[in-house]
Design a protein around this ligand. Structure first.
Ligand SMILES: [Zn+2]
Length: 304
């Protein structure tokens, strides 16, 4: 059996079907980058972080994750967690005392079943409104997501449409895991919304298409975790990515995507790999991607 039309490769598909040998651990821990290669040394902002219940109920206590962020030189992070209790815990006084600026986003999923059903489930929209009304110990929520659209046509369903319009009206950012077609559909609902495209397309959409979308949608930003083709075997930036990031550093953010505990246990290694490829860019471009774009987006002070 083959699909009637091409579909983006998602982590879920990679893990769930046909490629069983690729375990979550294998995806979470790429081969080590040579230690002697140069590293970007400035502060990092992690724009794609989850503190899900399997992390905080398991080995990754608040002390553990804050220690990892500190050791990795991460001085700020978007927090979004299933359920939102993880974000409430992270966006508290302990992170502030650790010198980490936490930018809370509302997660749409209460449980795993919501990953598929949310676009037509109005109770999700109402939950988002309730969360926004309450806020977090660190202040109001600043964004919505991460949400997933495994079928791009679902971007036109009632809840994604309403949430894009809500984000635009309230000045919230949106973190969306979807393909290039869904980006178009989401932006059509609310063209001024600041949309952070998780992984800049995990299916590896060609860079010409990425460039065209960035040009067409001035408030679109690309987040670079799990981006196929970003780096080569030695951890250096691929040439076409180096060109794009050097040309348009104001349009990209970096992230860890701690979607499973294996990503948390590899956190410092993941951020070291990010520092490795950032070092391939002109320093000013690296600093924009590492920190300045997030600081501008969320009004963060310079890290002390
Ligand atoms: Zn994610």
């Amino acid at each position: 059996m083959s699909d009637p039309e091409p579909r983006p490769i998602t982590r879920r598909r990679l893990l769930g079907q046909g490629m069983g040998a690729l375990s979550a651990v294998a995806l979470a821990t790429p081969p080590p980058v040579r230690a002697e290669a140069p590293r970007y040394a400035g502060a990092l902002f992690d724009a794609h972080l989850h503190y899900n219940d399997e992390a905080w109920l398991g080995p990754h206590t608040l002390d553990d994750v804050l220690g990892r962020l500190q050791r990795a030189g991460v001085r700020g992070a978007v927090a979004n967690s299933r359920p939102n209790a993880g974000t409430h815990a992270l966006a508290g006084p302990q992170a502030q005392a650790a010198g980490i600026a936490v930018v809370p986003f509302v997660r749409l999923y209460r449980q795993r079943a919501d990953y598929e059903g949310w676009p037509d489930d109005d109770s999700i929209r109402r939950m988002v409104l309730d969360e926004l009304a309450v806020g977090t110990p660190a202040g109001p929520f600043r964004g919505l997501g991460e949400f997933h659209l495994y079928d791009s046509r679902r971007a036109d369903a009632p809840v994604p449409r309403a949430l894009m319009q809500l984000a635009q009206a309230r000045g919230l950012a949106v973190l969306a895991h979807c393909d290039d077609e869904a980006v178009q559909r989401l932006m059509a609902h609310a063209p001024q919304t600041r949309l952070i495209w998780a992984h800049t397309g995990i299916g590896g959409v060609p860079l010409a298409r990425v460039r065209a979308l960035l040009e067409r949608h001035p408030t679109l930003l690309g987040e670079l975790s799990y981006r196929p083709g970003l780096t080569e075997g030695d951890g250096r930036l691929a040439a076409e990515w180096r060109a794009l990031l050097a040309e348009q550093p104001q349009r990209f953010l970096l992230g860890s995507d701690t979607w499973v505990n294996a990503r948390w246990s590899a956190y410092e290694t993941l951020m070291d790999e990010v520092r490795r490829w950032l070092a391939d860019l002109p320093p000013a471009a690296a600093q924009r991607i590492a920190w300045d774009n997030a600081a501008a987006l969320f009004g963060l002070a310079a890290p002390g």
